[in-house]
Each structure stands twice: as C-alpha cells, then as structure tokens.
Design a protein. Structure first.
Length: 156
C-alpha cells in the first residue's frame, strides 16, 4: 500500500515508514521561494497536528504546514471524503402499542398509522389472545373479545 502526501509551504520534512507502508512526500515550497539545492542539515524539528478536515471526494490527501517559518511544523490534514455508499436497510417498521389497562370486551385502538395495520393482542400475562378486528378508518380500530380482559395490542 502506498500513500502520497503533499506538503504545501513546508520544508525539511522527515518521513518514517512504519509497517512496510510506502509514503511518497511531495514538498511544495512557499510561493515565491527559490529552490537552489541542498543546504546544510539543520536542527531537528518538532511536529504538532492542528486539525484534520474532510476534503471533497476524488481529491488527494493533503498535509499543510500552517507555520512554515519555524522549525516546529503545525500540520493541517485534509483527507478526502469517500464515495457515497449504497442505500442501507429501511430500519424498523413504524408501529403502535395500545395498552388496555381497564377490563373491557372491546378495545378501541387509536393508532394513528394512516393505514389498516396488522394487529396482534396479548393479555396481561403476555399470552396471545384472539379477537375480532373492525377498522373504522385508517387510524382507529376496535378489537372485540368474548371476555372482558386487559392487555396490549401491537399494530404494525
């Protein structure tokens, strides 16, 4: 794997290769600077990271020295955003849970789902119970049971 890093306005950069990764460094001198050759080795510099920002997709990664006039490099990294991924799963189906806390033979369920939902019902112990379902409209239904009962209705 090779990584290309462009350094804008920086001079005297040393790159350490870790784990066999090849890094190509492109050094762009500050605007108006004259490049005349190699000079004597200077003092060892310091490196600090100022920030990391997200660039546009398809652009190169960029490292800028925000203060090239000193031996302490203050780096700003720009890493391009990746391409948009594929559409994910739609997520959970919206639903409504009706809690019937008073004993009743007919439960009126105002679910607000804007459709005739699938309905299942359980008594207070969590046992599935069966009743007749009548839809008044796309947001209200009634479940009728043979006995008076409490529990919950799940609408999806």
């Amino acid at each position: 794997m090779a990584i290309e890093v462009e350094v804008v306005g920086g001079v005297g950069i040393e790159v350490e290769v870790v784990g066999g990764v090849e890094i190509d460094v492109i050094v762009t001198p500050p605007a108006g600077a004259e490049v005349t050759g190699t000079g004597p080795q200077g003092d060892q510099g310091e490196v600090a990271v100022d920030s990391t920002v997200t660039g546009e997709p398809g652009t190169s990664a960029l490292v800028e020295d925000l203060d090239p006039s000193t031996s302490k490099a203050l780096l700003k990294f720009t890493i391009p955003r990746g391409d948009k991924g594929s559409q994910g799963d739609p997520g959970p189906v919206p639903g409504y849970i009706h809690h019937q806390s008073t004993l009743s033979q007919a439960w009126t369920v105002r679910h607000g789902l804007g459709k005739h939902p699938s309905v299942s019902a359980e008594d207070g112990a969590g046992t599935v119970i069966y009743g007749g379902i009548e839809y008044y409209d796309d947001n209200v239904l009634t479940i009728s049971f043979a006995l008076t009962i409490t529990g919950r209705a799940n609408c999806t």
